[in-house]
Each structure stands twice: as C-alpha cells, then as structure tokens.
Design a protein around this ligand. Structure first.
Ligand SMILES: [Zn+2]
Length: 267
C-alpha cells in the first residue's frame, strides 16, 4: 500500500529579520512558537537585542536553536538612559568576545522620551562605528526621528555601512533617501496590513530588492490577528500581503526577500 504523507511544512524559506520571541511574553510557549514558525515556512529568525536585561534570554534562545535563531547585539535607543555608558561597554565586550550577525537594535526614538536625545545620538554613532569595525550590518530603529537619524549617519556615508531601517513606516521620499544613502534595506512588518497605515502604497513604489520581511514580535501583529500577540509565524502574512502589493506570488516575495536577508546578514 502506498502512503503519501502530506507535509505540513510549506515550500517557503522565509526569514523573520526582527523578532523578540526571547521576551517574557513567550515564556509559557516559546518552543511551540518556534515550531509554529517552522510550520509556516520560516527558515531563520534574527533576534535584535535591547539592553543588558534582555541579553541572557536572547543568548539562551540562540543556544537552543543554533543556525535557526541568530542574535544581534546593541543598545536600543529607548534603553539609552543616564547609565548608557555602562550599557555600551556591555555591547563592546559582547562584540569582542561573542559572534553576532548584526549590531542592533540601535537608532533614535523621540516618541517615548526626548530627555536623552544627545546621548541617543552619541550611542547610535558609536555603535555604527563598531559595526564598521566588525564589518557587521546595523539594525536601525527610527521613531519620530527620521531627520535626526539621517543626520547622524552623514559621517558614515560612503564607508561601506550596511543595514536595515527596521519597521519602516515613512514616505516614498524617505524610502528613496535611505536607498540613495547606499547599503540599506527597509524592514516591512504587519503595519503594511493595516488599512489606515498607507504603507502598502509606499511599498508599491519601492523595488522589492530593497525589502526585508520582519514581524517585530510580540508587537505590530498583522491582520487578521491585529491586537493579539505577534509571533514569527505571522511573517508569512506579511509575505502574502506583499504578494498582493507587488501583484506576484508569495513564493516570489519569499525568494527575493530571503535572498536580501541572506546577503545582508551573511546567514
Ligand atoms: Zn525591535
């Protein structure tokens, strides 16, 4: 008798380039979360760091899934406070003694708090320099700070810097400015599925060769799960939405964006 087994694994090889599934939101079902990601066709996951408090969980998740979960190291702009120099020495030490796929996430965030703007810029630029020193890509977080971020990057133009503007939600002009800088991709997540975001129309004007897929789990859950916890499996919903935007198949989106992610992170 012939048994034909239907594989649950679809023929996709998605990469979630931004996921915080090491966070405590997943403490009760992290293994199942990774399993669901695999079943949704997710081949690899990038884990960006926030600060010294998130480092142990992130590293233990990477150790549990070698070759599947890849850690990045950096100090997140919302974690830049009075003690930022101590935090930065942790980042520096990690870069010296451990292997990471990127420096991130780093950047400028003026949405939550403007108190430490000067320190945010300093921390951002220092970490960009370390990325150049270690020949690593940067994962950039920008919130209400597009001009400040681009200004902070001016000294590094033409020096081989590469990376991603994660959770891109800007205008077509801003996307073009990032692309013209050279070396940068735009990370697109569940926001593109939000009808009121206008992001789908912006993305439609940008060549797919500049796009990376991400979830930013546990935040920014795509439709139809909006409002619930986000997880890496849902990167397939972002892929499906982009297939609609670019009028092609999910497999084509998958192929190009996975190629982009592999080129950038060398994974
Ligand atoms: Zn993040």
């Amino acid at each position: 008798m012939l048994h034909i087994r239907k594989s649950k694994i679809r023929n996709l090889k998605l990469i979630d380039t931004h996921s915080h599934i090491y966070s405590e939101d997943f403490d009760t079902d992290r293994a199942e979360t990774v399993q669901r990601a695999r079943e949704a066709g997710v081949e690899q996951i990038i884990l960006p760091n926030c600060d010294s408090s998130t480092l142990p969980q992130m590293l233990s998740l990477q150790a549990e899934y070698p070759g599947y979960c890849h850690a990045a190291i950096g100090l997140h702009p919302t974690s830049v406070k009075a003690d930022y120099e101590t935090e930065l020495s942790m980042v520096r030490a990690e870069l010296m003694f451990n292997k990471y796929v990127a420096v991130g996430e780093i950047g400028i965030d003026l949405y939550w708090d403007k108190t430490f703007l000067d320190q945010q810029i300093k921390a951002f630029q220092l970490q960009v320099e370390w990325a150049l020193e270690y020949n690593l890509p940067v994962i950039i977080h920008v919130r209400d700070s597009f001009n400040e971020t681009m200004n902070a990057l001016v000294p590094y133009k033409g020096r081989g810097l590469k990376g991603v503007f994660h959770s891109f939600t800007g205008t077509v002009d801003e996307a073009r400015e990032i692309i013209a800088f050279g070396g940068f991709y735009l990370g697109i997540n569940g926001i593109v599925t939000f009808k009121n975001s206008g992001l789908a129309a912006v993305v439609a004007d940008i060549d797919l060769k500049h796009i990376l897929l991400e979830t930013d789990s546990p935040y920014l859950t795509p439709a139809p799960h909006r409002g619930k916890r986000n997880e890496s499996a849902y990167v397939s919903l972002v892929c499906n939405k982009l297939a609609e935007v670019y009028n092609c198949t999910p497999a084509q989106i998958d192929e190009q964006t996975t190629f982009n992610a592999k080129s950038l992170f060398a994974i």
